[in-house]
Design a protein around this ligand. Structure first.
Ligand code: TEU
Length: 566
């Protein structure tokens, strides 16, 4: 399967590369011609698939995840002709493209929603409209007690029709009604449109919460109250099966679902090939091992916890979508790596490079399809924000408001937002050390990390010891190894700081030969010994290590080693 032995590279278009060739030249927003100009870099990395975050028409209340026309392009990013050119240029380089399918909600500026504001319109039932409740004091209240993903309300009152509409995200993102078969037909048309244009599949946004079984009050919960009425419902599985059978199965394509708060048992159903729903999915558990309350409050990192969680998913699912970063997360080198403690503005810390490589080794030696987010391959770090005004993310502002309501002091609010804001990953890609990091000749839409003179693509391109070169080597290695892609995942040992596991597979039909790799990772500033009991596992050939130092059997701070055992 071409999407199994492959690497996906995620592009967040507005932060990737600005160009002079759109209606808004050098406007500080990345665009499609900018992407085309960088396809060679993606190819050189060794990726074979691009996941393109939304480029559709959108008022950008949630950076394109609020779509006002699924069949057209946001002029900031270019035109449909540019998009067709992107498909053609990608194909010429044997790169496939998957599109972002955001169908839980549309923008409130989508034609369907505008028409649906009229209670008599056939579009009314495309969305979830309900009258409010009247409380004992005679005041109007929303239809239920659900709370939203962006730490805010989930119902918005519409004066014109005297009813509320449901929005699990921002009020500019009304939820579609999947009990209405016409909505499913519309989605089928969107899928066909992009597959016919040349797309090779879809990353499906919040795809396990699209079907709302009931609108009853939710159980009391600190976050996202009401989820039990719409997470992983029978109706949701049925919609996915219909889309797969009626459309997707007719094309050579794959889907990866973003599945919020997903549990393993449900993930198994969603990815069970015989049920024909999704090909793979993004789970969140592994990135939450050091966070509480849906990622906003930090907790101590422990390598053994991470290995335990990863093992659950590696063994529980036949095939995993592997990722350490995306446009909703923070930079992995600042999250699990040595940059977590770096306070020096503009300068990466002592172990920045080594820990970025160690984390690459982690992701690229797991079983599944790895996804690399733009900038991850050069070890980009969290943004050095100083004030809330520098933050654009709608989620961060929602959270700030909510925390304020609960009386949380400003300094604490800022500390948590700074550490968790999705804008950490959304700052423009640092291409070189020229003004604006080579991202734009205009004013960038979001700040550029002040460390761009030290961390940038150009300085790493020809340096054999760079993070980028390490990614390239590992990706090439992985492509040649059946065991690293398809082999069994075998956890061996972990404590607070260290993790050891193996990848194994038989390589002949009589099952007498096998290929075995052993991986050891050090998530700490200390030099550590491999525990005696496991030292024998490292007697094979050293294939690669993050430190690049002579391997003496101990793990240098933040080092990662890959040994081939036979
Ligand atoms: O993300 C869904 C989602 O749950 C996150 O926004 C979540 O709130 C956060 O990562 C954890 O607190 C998807 C998209 O990836 C995201 O960019 C969109 O904002 C969101 O859906 C709405 O479309």
């Amino acid at each position: 399967m071409w999407w199994k032995n492959n690497i996906v590279y995620q592009i967040y278009p507005r932060s990737f590369q600005d160009s002079a060739e759109t209606e808004f030249p050098n406007d500080g927003f990345g665009d499609i011609p900018g992407i085309i100009s960088r396809l060679d870099e993606i190819k050189e990395l060794g990726a074979g698939i691009i996941w393109l975050s939304p480029v559709y028409k959108s008022p950008d209340a949630d950076n394109g995840y609020d779509i006002s026309d699924y069949l057209d392009i946001n002029p900031k990013f270019g035109t449909m002709a540019d998009m067709e050119n992107l498909f053609a240029e990608a194909k010429r380089r044997d790169l496939k493209i998957i599109m972002d399918l955001v169908i839980n909600h549309t923008s409130d500026e989508h034609e369907w929603f505008k028409k649906s504001r009229d209670p008599k319109s056939p579009y009314r039932d495309y969305y979830i409209w309900r009258p409010g409740k009247i409380d004992e004091r005679g005041r109007r209240q929303p239809p239920n007690n659900w709370t939203g993903f962006f730490a805010g309300e989930t119902w918005e009152y519409d004066e014109h029709s005297g009813e509320y509409y449901l929005h699990l995200f921002d009020k500019k993102q009304p939820d579609l009604n999947y009990k209405n078969p016409s909505v499913i037909e519309e989605v089928k048309n969107i899928l066909r449109f992009w597959l016919d244009k040349g797309a090779s599949g879809f990353r499906c946004d919040v795809i396990n919460i699209i079907y709302k079984t009931s609108l009853e009050d939710g159980k009391k919960s600190l976050t996202v109250q009401g989820m039990e009425h719409y997470k992983s419902q029978e109706g949701n599985h049925a919609v996915l099966q219909e889309l797969r059978r009626m459309v997707l199965d007719k094309y050579d394509c794959f889907t990866v679902g973003e599945t919020v708060f997903v549990e393993l048992e449900d993930a198994k159903l969603l990815c069970d090939e015989s049920r024909r729903e999704l090909n793979m999915l993004f789970f969140f558990d592994h990135l939450e091992v050091d966070r509480r309350v849906a990622r906003f409050i930090p907790k101590k990192f422990r390598a053994n916890k991470l290995l335990e969680v990863m093992t659950k998913w590696q063994k529980g699912l036949d095939w995993c979508a592997l990722y350490l970063e995306n446009h909703d997360q923070t930079r992995i080198v600042s999250h699990f790596g040595a940059e977590r403690n770096n306070k020096s503005r503009g300068r990466p810390g002592q172990y920045w490079q080594r820990s970025a490589k160690m984390l690459a080794l982690f992701e690229l030696t797991l079983r599944g399809t790895p996804f690399v987010f733009q900038g991850q391959e050069i070890g980009m770090t969290n943004f050095d924000f100083t004030r809330i005004e520098e933050v654009n993310d709608v989620e961060s502002h929602g959270l700030n408001k909510l925390m304020k309501k609960f009386g949380i002091p400003k300094t604490l609010r800022w500390k948590w937002i700074k550490a968790s804001s999705r804008d950490n990953n959304r700052t423009p890609v640092q291409w070189d050390d020229s003004e604006n990091a080579g991202f734009t000749k205009g004013k960038p839409w979001l700040g550029i990390n002040s460390n761009y003179k030290k961390i940038n693509y150009a300085s790493q391109k020809n340096d054999p010891n760079s993070v980028l070169s390490f990614y390239k080597k590992l990706i090439a290695l992985r492509k040649e190894s059946r065991s690293l892609v398809h082999g069994d995942f075998v956890p061996i040992h972990a404590d607070n700081r260290i993790m050891i596991y193996q990848r194994k597979c038989v390589t002949n039909s009589t099952r007498t030969e096998s290929e075995v790799y052993t991986v050891a990772l050090n998530f700490s500033n200390r030099k550590l010994k491999i525990p005696k009991n496991f030292a024998y596992l490292f007697s094979g050939t050293l294939i690669i290590n993050a430190s690049g130092e002579q391997w003496d059997g101990s793990l240098l701070p933040w080092d990662g080693v890959l040994v081939k055992n036979n």
